[in-house]
Ligand binder design. Structure first.
Ligand code: NAD
Length: 361
């Protein structure tokens, strides 16, 4: 489900208000689209390792500051994500701000995407856009009418298409690595996994884990997703209950800020590994997870499958090569867990350290 089309954006679910953000970016562009009248944002956090690449989020915000904050935080996370995955890319992110509860369709949607294309073009290639929550590879075609700095175009147009299957593959690889570390085996047979958020990525994570023999608990704010639970023979819970379910693995696959000083003490899982960006309300939550002996796969490592796939476009796209690279996420994660154990640090600190080393190098 993309919030901009299938149903109205759920602003209450987007807990960006609690996010602290750091302003250490190279460029921040805020433009009001001349066609749509809507605000578009692009934040370029870093181009040290290459052009900044990150998705275009189309989402409902009650306040432009929330939208900007999202762009700032998400672009910073992209810098770390690409560095840890060792990609020749920097970190950036785009946002098309809609009003809470207003879904964009037809001409207004087209106008907003063309306006966003102009914003991307104004950066002259320092930012390359792709899909994110609320946008799809079809939307990238429209953005491409205004700028050539777009990735993730449909496969028939020479792009790498929808990144979600690759993100889901990477999340499965991360879950398996966590199981190996926590339980001594990467097998998912007989493990229990709660997937919270069943959109493009979460639904595929659920199917992959189900096929691998895991017992599933599923939750989403969209009651229509209950059908997937029935199809997979999974238990269905409201999202807050699914997060707190007594399972081996919780996979947050909705929006950010889901792990905080209220939710973490209530967790009853051994592992948290999922696709959602910026899962921690703030970095101190990583200490809280470690104190509770919950193994957390840093989100920007676990969900790098999509960007790894998109980066493959730079070499001449080859889906099989992309899949091989995405499957390495588990190995990268095990290296991060080793570094964390050796340094007596959290996986977050170890992953950030690895990224910083690569950025300095
Ligand atoms: P999506 O819009 O397709 O799906 C999001 C799903 O989460 C929807 O089903 C929605 O109803 C549900 N949801 C929203 N708020 C919720 C809440 N509070 N509790 C439970 N469910 C809720 O998005 P997606 O493409 O599947 O991406 C999911 C997450 O993964 C996002 O944080 C995104 O930034 C991140 N991510 C996605 C990709 C990708 O390839 N699509 C890559 C990296 C990271």
């Amino acid at each position: 489900m993309t919030p901009g089309r299938g149903r109205a954006p759920a602003a209450a679910a987007n807990r960006t208000d609690s996010y602290p953000e750091t302003l250490d970016h190279e460029d921040v562009v805020v433009r009001r689209g001349r066609r749509s009248g809507l605000y578009t944002f692009v934040a370029v956090h870093s181009t040290i390792r290459g052009p900044s690449l990150g998705g275009c989020r189309m989402w409902g915000y009650s306040d432009a500051r929330d939208a900007l904050r999202d762009a700032l935080r998400l672009s910073r996370a992209m810098t770390f994500k690409s560095a840890v995955a060792d990609l020749p890319l920097g970190g950036g992110k785009g946002v098309i701000m809609t009003a809470p509860g207003v879904a964009l369709h037809g001409e207004l949607r087209t106008a907003a995407l063309l306006d966003f294309g102009d914003t991307v073009e104004s950066l002259g290639g320092r930012y390359i856009s792709a899909e994110d929550v609320g946008t799809s590879s079809r939307d990238m075609r429209l953005i491409a009418q205004r700028t050539r700095h777009v990735a993730g175009l449909p496969v028939r147009m020479g792009g790498s298409g929808d990144p979600s299957p690759f993100t889901a593959l990477g999340v499965e690889s991360a879950i398996r690595a966590c199981c190996e570390r926590a339980f001594g085996s990467s097998s998912l047979r007989g493990r229990s996994v709660a997937v919270v958020g069943l959109g493009h990525v979460g639904s595929r994570v659920a199917k992959r884990c189900g096929r691998a023999g895991a017992r599933l608990v599923l939750g989403d704010i969209d009651p229509g997703k209950r059908r997937l639970a029935e199809e997979l023979g999974a238990d269905w819970l409201e999202p807050a209950a699914a997060l707190e379910a007594e399972v081996d693995v919780v996979a947050p696959c909705a929006l950010g800020g889901v792990l905080d000083h209220v939710t973490v003490p209530r967790l009853r899982c051994r592992i948290v590994a999922g696709a959602a960006n910026n899962q921690l309300a703030d970095e101190s939550v990583a200490d809280l997870l470690s104190a509770r002996e919950i193994l957390w796969a840093p989100d920007f490592v676990a969900n790098a499958g999509g960007i790894i796939n998109i980066a493959e476009e730079q070499r001449g796209y080859d889906a099989a090569a992309a899949r091989r690279r995405v499957r390495r996420i588990g190995e990268i994660l095990l290296e991060i867990f080793d570094r964390a154990a050796a340094a007596g640090a959290t996986p977050l600190a170890a992953a950030m350290d690895l990224a910083r080393t690569r950025l300095e190098g």
